[in-house]
Design a protein around this ligand. Structure first.
Ligand code: NAP
Length: 236
């Protein structure tokens, strides 16, 4: 079977590591990005130079029409999408009582609406084939909630509930992973968070990518509806 993966938000951080690992595992990869075109193009080129197949496609996952166009582009250039990784996400520290309508709608639109848009776009082919694999990147904050990140935590909790039938749908819930997203917390807080992590360090994007690659592999062919926390034991 033709193995084509679409990874959203793959220009940087966790998504980038996921796209690289899936390419190594033999998938043709559609690298979605929002603003960092150069990074996405460079990764696609690197994969092609190593004998793989990859394209970079811009789309705001919150924009349903843009997602449709992206998926049709991926199908035309790589083949039908058999593996979808919903990784694109935004986070931010805001007190719940201060969240504006625009901020709330944007969190929901990107983190949850984005997954809805991509799933709906790839679903017709997966349903037709009665096969397919979807991995949604949630968060430990989606499993336990988080102060100052309530809107983010709500969207990540909702992702756990997304599960169409005949298709394997699993979640990876990363702990604190050292990417651009968490730099806003500052070095002192990041050191504290590493100390609070039973395995004694922050995660790397590759730690999450390994979990995604496992769930996407044939070794996980009887696993669906699962949440794999790649968190160094943070919420044990
Ligand atoms: P990051 O370093 O901030 O990177 C975010 C990625 O998402 C970038 O590639 C960005 O694209 C893309 N993106 C953002 N909004 C988008 C949109 N509307 N449409 C398409 N792409 C969009 O984040 P990260 O730390 O790698 O996090 C990746 C995922 O893991 C997120 O869903 C996050 O919630 C989740 N997560 C992260 C952590 C952590 O500690 N880092 C923990 C738990 C869960 P451009 O760069 O092209 O704009």
């Amino acid at each position: 079977m033709n193995r084509v993966a679409l990874v959203t938000g793959a220009s940087r951080g966790i998504g980038r590591a996921i796209a690289a690992e899936l390419a190594e595992a033999g998938h043709a990869v559609c690298i979605n990005y929002l603003t960092h075109r150069q990074e996405a193009e460079t990764l696609a080129e690197k994969i092609r130079n190593h004998g793989g197949n990859a394209i970079a496609v811009q789309a705001d996952v919150a924009d349903r029409a843009a997602v449709e166009t992206m998926v049709r582009t991926a199908e035309a250039e790589l083949g039908p999408v058999s593996l979808l990784v919903n990784n694109a996400g935004i986070a931010g520290q805001i007190q719940f009582q201060d969240i504006t309508d625009a901020q709330w709608n944007r969190y929901l639109g990107v983190n949850l609406g984005g997954a809805r848009n991509t799933i709906q776009a790839v679903l017709p082919h997966m349903l037709h084939e009665k096969a397919g694999c979807i991995v949604n990147i949630s968060s430990i904050w989606g499993l336990r909630g988080a102060s100052c990140e309530v809107a983010y935590a709500c969207t990540k909790a909702a992702l756990v509930g997304l599960a169409p039938s005949h298709i394997r749908v699993n979640c990876v819930a990363p702990g604190v992973i050292n990417t651009d997203m968490v730099q806003v917390l500052g070095q002192e807080t990041l050191r504290d968070l590493a100390e609070q992590t039973p395995l004694g360090r922050l995660g790397t994007p590759e730690d999450v990518a390994h979990a995604v690659a496992f769930l996407a592999s044939d070794k996980a062919s009887f696993l669906t509806g699962q949440i794999l926390a790649a968190d160094g034991g943070f919420i044990v």
